[in-house]
Design a protein around this ligand. Structure first.
Ligand code: ADP
Ligand code: MG
Length: 265
């Protein structure tokens, strides 16, 4: 055999191997098999150990890619986590309950969460952080502002794809409905929101944030009967988190002003 023919023959298995790994969709094994082989060769590890190391890396990467996809699919407006939430700045929030919810067990029990409080008290932050934890745990999540969702539902209805949109709901583990209460709905809008809550009932957990106490929900939903039925489903199994401290944004800007004034003195 000529040297070039020899080189081609020795190259062939790796070419084929790489083709198979692509077909089998093992990108991490494909990327790392040579480096891991060389490390294992130096250490004198056996073949099963070599294979174990590669498959472990593939599994870890696969889980990471899936979590990234779930986070993308959740469509968070801004990514926030519990690490960046300062509980000391908002002592009205039940930290123990937040930490318990972050384990995601309420999602297995299809329980809901209601976050009630004034503007700027960290409701959206906490809702996003809890939903982010759920994504990291392998759960399917979708974040909506209530207003955005109702608009999307009305559009879907116009375009005769409401059925398909509503069918997505039970496939989710958690649906975040942020900011109930700022904008009142039309009659149809309120009915569509009720439809979402009904479909989610005992199948998908809902995490609702609102600045409104229960007594005022009728004001945004219009009908008293519909509000009653919606609250009934939502609160059947619910964890309530109340944030009634002052606005974090307001406090920060006040602190900044104070610092500025000090600087001027
Ligand atoms: P809400 O939804 O209750 O109106 P947000 O969650 O939007 O409030 O909070 C407003 C801003 O302040 C966000 O940028 C949020 O990250 C931040 N924030 C609020 N509370 C806290 C907190 N306790 N620790 C850290 N950041 C906070
Ligand atoms: Mg908010």
């Amino acid at each position: 055999m000529t040297t070039t023919a020899k080189a081609a023959a020795s190259r062939k298995p790796t070419v084929l191997l790489e083709y198979h790994l692509k077909q089998l969709k093992l990108p991490t094994v494909l990327r790392e098999y040579a480096a891991v082989a060389s490390a294992c060769g130096k250490e004198g590890t056996d073949y099963p150990t070599y294979l174990l190391r590669l498959t472990e890396r593939e599994l870890i990467d696969r889980e990471r890619r899936a979590a990234e996809r779930r986070i993308q699919a959740a469509k968070f407006p801004v990514l926030k986590t519990l690490d960046s939430f300062d509980f000391a700045a908002q002592p009205s929030i039940n930290e123990a309950l937040v930490r318990e919810l972050a384990t995601g067990e309420y999602l297995d029990r299809r329980e809901n969460v209601l976050l009630v409080g004034n503007s700027g008290t960290g409701k959206t932050h906490l809702a996003t952080a809890l939903a982010f934890s759920a994504c990291a745990q392998g759960r399917r999540v979708r974040f909506h502002t209530v207003g955005g969702l109702v608009t999307a539902l009305l559009e879907a209805r116009e375009e005769r794809r409401l059925g398909r949109m509503l069918e997505q709901i039970p496939r989710m583990a958690l649906l975040v409905l942020d900011e109930l209460g700022y904008v009142p709905f039309s009659k149809t809008g309120a009915e569509l929101l009720f439809e979402v809550v009904s479909r989610a009932y005992e199948r998908t957990s809902l995490l609702v944030t609102t600045n409104l106490p229960f007594e005022q929900w009728t004001e945004v939903l219009g009908s008293e009967r519909l509000t009653g039925a919606l609250l009934d489903r939502l609160t059947h199994r619910v964890h309530i988190l109340e944030a009634n401290g002052e606005s974090y944004r307001l406090r920060q800007s006040r602190q900044r002003q104070k610092a500025r004034r000090k600087g001027q003195d």
